[in-house]
Design a protein around this ligand. Sequence first.
Ligand SMILES: Cc1ncc(COP(=O)(O)O)c(C=O)c1O
Length: 381
Amino acid sequence: MKLSASRLKELAARHGTPLFIIDHDIIRRNYRLFKKRLPGVQAYYAVKANSNPEIVRTLFDEGASFDVASYNEFMQVYTYLRHFNPQEKHFYIWDKIIFSNTIKDHQTLRKIRKYRPLMTFDNTDEVGKIARHCDTAGLILRLKVPDFGSQVEMSSKFGAEPGDALALIRQAHDAGLEVEGLSFHVGSQCTNFENYTSALQITAEVYAEARRLGYPLKIVDIGGGFPVPYESDSPRFEKLARIITAECRRLFPKDTELIAEPGRFMAATAAVLISEIIGTARRDGKLFYHINDGVYHSFSGVVYDHWIPNFRALRTGRQEVCAVVGPTCDSFDKISTAESLPGNLRIGDLLVTNNIGAYSIASSTRFNGFEGARVLHLNTL
Ligand SMILES: Cc1ncc(COP(=O)(O)O)c(C=O)c1O
């Protein structure tokens, strides 16, 4: 997001800090770019990336589908369906929502049974649970795929071994459930595009074999992982989209429905954070800037998302390697211990962090009594 220094200062003065600014034009632009470069792929926004209701609203208005991980995330989308008649509501949920959490508790399964929801699974016990509590579901079997080099790996917790896939499909079928397709997740912020080509190859083999055995699979869900340009030399989404399009054409029959679950790609570049220096100190010779946001709040991605944040000062000065730390009384609350910033910053100076829209405020807490950043929306309709 490109806001001038004077505009950032003006917004900070008007609304206070920490201030988390979301530009909805960028959310819309990201969604449209995704659709343009992957035109045959139905995009389910992974609400977990940033569950702010206004973001969900903007994407809902754009016509996005949604990937939800819990009943509460489901209800966030459902809020926007309240004016639909029952038939439209059922159709929307059936067509545009996927429960992508491979493990669901039975209470959730019972509550969503009436909607014939699409959901993922990756193990035997889940088949039994779904058959008992949500036999109307359409199933997507999630496969374990390589996630080498991705910022956040996924395959250590999720995904069936491809060698177990046919047995799981058979088990689901024998339990009276319909397996509609296969999915994978190559890891979040996947900059190693070979993960996608390997995952598509693995998926295509299982898909072809299952169809050969008479199981009517029709959906391939290519998950999330689409990278955003945190660095100027980050591999580009456009290149990845070309690879995915070519590989899908080569590997899957024409009647295959392709879907995806992009999260970070929609939200990351749409937000900027303005924080403020509330204290300075020299500790063992190193300059510490204590700011009013930290890893328990908007910078939670440093912990949960392995994110390396960026900082920019709005005052110039000789650069010095310093630490930037959060406001809580916890020594773990260090955002960066090696940040190059002007050494002459003072209490009250502002720091700006770009591309902080995903996996940030979604996992913010109120630890130590700090409320976290105020959220400001720009360009809502
Ligand atoms: C099942 C699932 N789908 C989609 C996503 C979104 O991934 P990303 O933000 O990398 O696009 C996640 C994120 O971890 C996920 O767990």
